[in-house]
Design a protein around this ligand. Structure first.
Ligand code: ATR
Length: 502
C-alpha cells in the first residue's frame, strides 16, 4: 500500500516537529527538508529521526530541483554525511531513507547509508516537462542494491499525464516513487496505487511562515480523509470532474463524502483538462467509471459520445459521462437539477401560466430554456448580445431582447420569475449585477444559478425589495445527486441529503 509522506518545510526542527505532531494521524512517514531549515538548525538534523517517531527521509533539495539549497555542493554533501553519521544500532534512530539525486556521485555517502540500513531514494526531477523516454528513465535510474527510484515530472498538458500513466504500466516491476507536479498532476498524487508509486508527498498548505512544498502537493488531511488515500486499491472505482481551469470545483468534496458515508469503494478526483481527447485517453488507461464534465467542455464532449440522453440531445450539452460497454454515454443533469430546484421552491408541478425572464443565452441558459419550454412556461431571453438571445429564443418561440430599453420594458411583462444564468456576479466579481437596470417590484421570484457567493448582489437586491430568492446552491446539490444516480446506477440515498453538502 502506498504511504503518505509529509514534507517538513519549517525553518526550525521544533517547527517541523510541531507540524508532524499536528498531522501524525494522517501520515506514515516524513521528509525532513533540510534545505528549508535555518543554517544553524541544519547542524542538528542527526537527532531528528529519534524525535520524529516515524520513518524519516533525509532530503537537501537544491534550487534547480525546486528546493531551497543554494550553497556549495561540497557543503551539501557534508550535511548529508552528518545526517547519516553516528548510526545507531536501533534503526529507528537513523534516517529511514536518504534522497540522493541521480547526478550525485559520492560513494562514501552510499556506503554509509547501506551499512546502517538507510534506504537510498535515487531521485530525478524534470521541472520543465515530461521526458520522451520516461520508461527508460524509470528503468535505468537504480544503481545498486535495493534503491527506491523516484521520478517526478512537470506535465504541461493532460497528454503529458497520459504519458506518465503509460510509463507506469510499462514499469510495474520497478520499485518506485512516481508522480507529477503542478495542476495537471494533482490526480497522480491521489492515484499513487494506479501508478505503482510507493509514496505520495504532501505538505501543509494553509500555514503562514512556512516554505511551500513542491508545486501541486495536497494537504495530508485532505489526502487521507477526503480522498481516503489509504483505502484506494487497484479495485477502487475512479470517478472524476474535468474542465479548465477547474480551480473551484466542489464535486470531489461532495462525492468523496458520499462514498465515505456509504462505504463505497470509490474515489472522485479532479482532472484539469486542456483536451477532451487526452481526457478520454487517460480515462481509458486508468479505467474511469464516470466523469462530470464542466466548463468549457459540455458541448465539446458530444462528438466523443456513443449515446446521448434525450435531455442532453435537446439541450446540446452534456455534464455527465458514464463508461458503458460500447463507449461513453452522455447525460445532462443541469436541466433536471434546475427544474427540480425551481419547482420545489414555488411548490408547483410545472410552469404553466408563468411569464419568465431568462438572463443570458449561453450554455447554462440553454438548459434553462429547454426546461422552461418543457414545463410549459413562456419566456423572454435577455442577453448582452441580442443575436444570441434570438437564436436561443427561436428554438422555443420565446421573446428575446438585448440589455436595452426595449429589453427592460419587455422584462416588466415577463416578471413572474427571473432566472439569472450568466456568470456575472460570481466570485471574485461578486460586486457585479447583470440586471442593475431593473427595479424589482417585490413580487418577482428570482433565481440565480450562481452558487459562489451563495447570495449574489442581484439576489440581495431582489430580497431587499421583498422578492423570494433562490440560490444556485440548491440546483448544484440536486444535479450532483442525479449524477450520482447515473454513476452508481441507483437513486441517491435520501438519508444522505442533509448530511452531504458542498
Ligand atoms: P455558460 O455555460 O456559463 O452559460 P457561456 O456559454 O460562455 O457560459 O455564456 C455566458 C453567458 O453570460 C452569455 O449569455 C454571456 O453574454 P454574451 O452572449 O453577450 O457573451 C453572458 N455574459 C458573460 N459576461 C457578461 C457580462 N460581463 N455582462 C453581461 N453578460 C455577460
Amino acid at each position: 500500500m502506498a504511504k503518505i509522506c509529509l514534507c517538513l518545510t519549517g525553518k526550525t526542527l521544533a517547527q517541523d516537529l510541531d507540524l508532524l505532531n499536528k498531522n501524525r494521524k494522517y501520515i506514515d512517514i516524513a521528509e525532513l527538508r533540510v534545505d528549508c531549515l535555518e543554517p544553524n538548525e541544519r547542524f542538528l538534523i542527526r537527532r531528528f529521526p529519534e524525535m520524529a517517531g516515524v520513518p524519516v527521509i533525509l532530503t537537501i533539495r537544491r534550487g534547480l530541483e525546486g528546493g531551497n539549497y543554494f550553497g556549495a555542493e561540497g557543503s551539501r554533501i557534508t550535511l548529508l554525511a552528518r545526517g547519516l553519521a553516528y548510526a545507531a544500532a536501533d534503526q529507528r534512530r537513523n534516517f529511514a531513507y536518504v534522497d540522493l539525486e541521480e547526478d550525485l556521485d559520492v560513494p562514501s555517502l552510499e556506503e554509509a547509508a547501506r551499512t546502517y540500513g538507510t534506504r537510498i531514494i535515487r531521485s530525478y526531477h524534470n521541472m520543465e516537462g515530461v521526458d520522451e523516454d520516461l520508461t527508460g528513465k524509470l528503468k535505468q535510474l537504480k544503481r545498486i542494491g535495493d534503491e527506491l527510484v523516484k521520478v517526478v515530472v512537470m506535465p504541461r498538458s493532460l497528454d503529458d499525464v497520459v504519458k506518465v500513466f503509460r510509463a507506469a504500466k510499462l514499469t510495474k516491476s520497478v520499485d518506485k516513487i512516481f508522480h507529477c507536479m503542478g495542476d495537471y498532476g494533482i490526480n497522480t498524487r491521489i492515484l499513487s496505487e494506479f501508478l505503482g508509486s510507493r509514496i505520495s508527498y504532501t505538505s501543509i498548505t494553509d500555514e503562514d511562515n512556512l516554505l511551500p512544498g513542491a508545486e501541486g502537493q495536497l494537504d495530508p488531511k485532505e489526502l487521507a480523509e477526503l480522498y481516503r488515500f489509504r483505502d484506494i486499491t487497484p479495485k477502487t472505482k475512479i470517478f472524476a470532474v474535468s474542465g479548465f481551469p477547474l480551480k473551484f470545483t466542489n464535486s470531489p468534496v461532495f462525492f468523496n463524502k458520499v462514498f465515505a458515508l456509504e462505504q463505497t469503494d470509490a474515489v472522485f478526483v479532479p482532472i484539469p483538462t486542456d483536451s477532451i481527447q487526452s481526457l478520454l485517453n487517460l480515462a481509458e488507461l486508468i479505467g474511469l467509471s464516470g466523469i462530470s464534465i464542466t466548463v468549457p467542455y459540455k458541448e465539446e464532449i458530444i462528438p466523443y459520445l456513443s449515446y446521448m440522453s434525450k435531455e442532453a440531445l435537446s439541450i446540446g450539452a452534456c455534464n455527465t459521462v458514464v463508461a458503458g460497454a460500447h463507449g461513453w454515454m452522455g447525460y445532462n443533469t443541469d436541466s433536471v437539477g434546475f427544474s427540480d430546484s425551481l419547482l420545489s421552491f414555488i411548490g408547483k408541478k410545472d410552469l404553466r401560466g408563468r411569464k419568465i425572464t431568462i438572463i443570458g443565452a449561453g450554455g447554462a441558459a440553454k438548459a434553462v430554456a429547454s426546461e422552461v419550454y418543457r414545463l410549459r412556461g413562456k419566456a423572454l431571453i435577455l442577453n448582452r448580445t441580442p443575436a444570441r438571445a434570438r437564436s436561443l429564443a427561436q428554438l422555443y418561440r420565446f421573446a428575446w431582447a438585448g440589455f436595452d430599453s426595449r429589453g427592460a420594458d419587455l422584462m416588466e411583462r415577463y416578471s413572474s420569475i427571473i432566472i439569472q444564468t450568466t456568470s456575472v456576479g460570481m466570485e471574485p466579481n461578486d460586486n457585479q449585477d447583470p440586471i442593475e437596470f431593473y427595479k424589482f417590484s417585490g413580487r418577482e421570484i428570482v433565481m440565480d444559478l450562481i452558487y459562489k457567493p451563495e447570495k449574489t448582489l442581484c439576489l440581495k437586491r431582489a430580497e431587499e425589495a421583498g422578492c423570494r430568492v433562490l440560490s444556485g446552491i440548491d440546483m448544484l446539490h440536486r444535479q450532483a445527486r442525479y449524477q450520482y444516480g447515473f454513476y452508481m446506477n441507483r437513486e441517491f440515498p435520501p438519508s444522505l441529503i442533509s448530511r452531504v453538502v458542498f
